[in-house]
Design a protein around this ligand. Structure first.
Ligand code: PLP
Length: 434
């Protein structure tokens, strides 16, 4: 954003205040717009497909709070559910029937989940699921894939080292070398690397954590060969398959990517949509594995606000609405239209690109493609993405503020919103390449 642009004056003031009070002025780093340059917009409120900033500008929103808002913002049944819940008391630290209601919905919707535990974020779900996998198998090592993000769990905040099946390196100060050494980082979409890692460390590996469709390096749909390898190799070595559906759960189908792609994990993590915009995460899977969680089993996990009444009300209202309104056919249709529109705009601008999408998750990569792994994604023209991002914002379209994210569409996006977005993309790309 040009620092003197009067359209964003109130956001600028708000950011200056926030920077004095919080590191980088934010409570989660992606919000600071570091990947696109400039200063973030401060949001006043949101409704349906629109965000309104503190200067009164309206934007068509393709972040949807980084995934949760599949029904659109301030969806009436969700608002009502939370209002009714808060009026009955915000938190009791004792069991409620509302927790069972949300658990029942999750179990009915997600094919592989037989029993579930509610937590307060995707990070917490991943951390707890990893501990459970280790406790269940009695093994220490885990596998993750480069470019997959599972929250800021120490053992998953690890980067690939120099060779394929390598011991991880911490990718944040504060993650100890010892923690990172228990994590093997492999290239995504590479069945041979997975086989090699198991050939070497097979009887030490507790779990393989993976995004069943990547969103955190932009949208990458795994190959059938990679999915087949994930479903056979770990199992033959007694390791658990941990499917991270924090982003894809309830989005790519009512039962998430596992329903859509036919994956049968041992454990699944959920977040985002399961809380309808409030802090909820969950992990679940086979009854036999979940029986190892305290107090039934010995693996510790707890939370003062786990299963909190407000959060469970928002989550249950969202899942019920998804079942009742079945927005999936429309999300497919608008996702495809959005993807085709972005591709046509990039084609017209003459920039190397590929659009990768599945359902309502879409990424326009500034790379000739295909993008199958982090090595491919890392070659994108991120400077061009930054110029495109700002040119779109100036035209009232709020995209995720990094090349390495998915755009999320919601049931509230109208045909007119898509028309505006696609014509804005033509103009913005012409401007960004000029
Ligand atoms: N797993 C995936 C696939 C995610 O995309 C995210 C967050 O973006 C997380 C886990 C972490 O979730 P949270 O931010 O709720 O801790």
């Amino acid at each position: 954003m040009p620092s003197t642009d009067p359209r964003y004056a109130n956001s600028r003031v708000a950011f200056a205040t926030a920077k004095r009070l919080m590191p980088g002025g934010v409570n989660s780093p992606a919000r600071a717009f570091g990947a696109v340059g400039g200063e973030p917009l401060f949001i006043d409120h949101a409704e349906g497909a629109y965000l309104y900033d503190v200067d009164g500008n309206r934007y068509i929103d393709y972040i949807g709070s980084w995934g949760p808002m599949i029904l659109g913002h301030a969806y009436p049944a969700v608002v009502q559910g939370v209002q009714q819940a808060v009026a009955r008391g915000a938190s009791f630290g004792a069991p409620t029937e509302a927790e069972s209601e949300l658990a029942q919905l999750i179990i009915e919707m997600v094919p592989s989940i037989e029993r579930v535990r509610l937590v307060s974020s995707g990070t917490e779900a991943a951390m707890s699921a990893i501990r459970l996998a280790r406790g269940y198998t009695g093994r220490d090592r885990i596998i993750k894939f480069a470019g997959n993000y599972h929250g800021h769990v120490d053992s998953l905040l690890v980067a690939a080292g120099s060779s394929a099946a390598t011991l991880g390196q911490p990718n944040s100060p504060g993650v100890t070398a010892g923690t990172a050494a228990d994590t093997l980082v492999l290239p995504y979409n590479d069945p041979a690397a997975l086989a090699q890692a198991f050939a070497k460390y097979g009887n030490e590996i507790a779990a393989v954590a993976f995004e069943p469709v990547c969103g955190n390096m932009g949208v990458i749909v795994p190959s059938a060969e990679f999915l087949a390898a994930l479903q056979t190799i770990p199992r033959t070595h007694g390791a658990l398959l941990l499917c991270d559906e924090v982003m894809t759960g309830f989005r790519l189908a009512p039962g998430g990517a596992q329903e859509r792609l036919g994956i049968e994990p041992d454990l699944t993590t959920l977040g985002k949509i399961v809380g309808g915009g409030l802090p909820v995460g969950a992990y679940g899977g086979k009854s036999e594995v979940m029986a190892h969680v305290l107090p039934e089993g010995p693996v510790f996990q707890a939370g003062t606000l786990s299963g909190n009444p407000l959060a469970t009300a928002a989550g249950a209202a969202t899942l019920r609405a998804l079942r009742e309104t079945n927005p999936y056919p429309r999300l497919e249709a608008i996702g495809q239209r959005f993807a085709e529109g972005l591709a046509a705009a990039a084609q017209a601008a003459g920039v190397p690109h590929v659009v990768q999408s599945i359902g309502s998750m879409v990424t326009l990569f500034f790379h000739k493609g295909p993008v199958r792994s982090w090595d491919d994604a890392a070659q994108c023209d991120t400077a061009l993405f930054g110029r495109f991002f700002w040119a779109m914002l100036d035209r009232g379209v709020y995209l995720p503020c990094s090349q390495y994210e998915a755009c999320f569409l919601s049931a509230a996006h109208s045909d007119a919103d898509l028309d505006h977005t696609i014509s804005a993309a033509h103009e913005a790309l012409a401007e960004a390449v000029a």
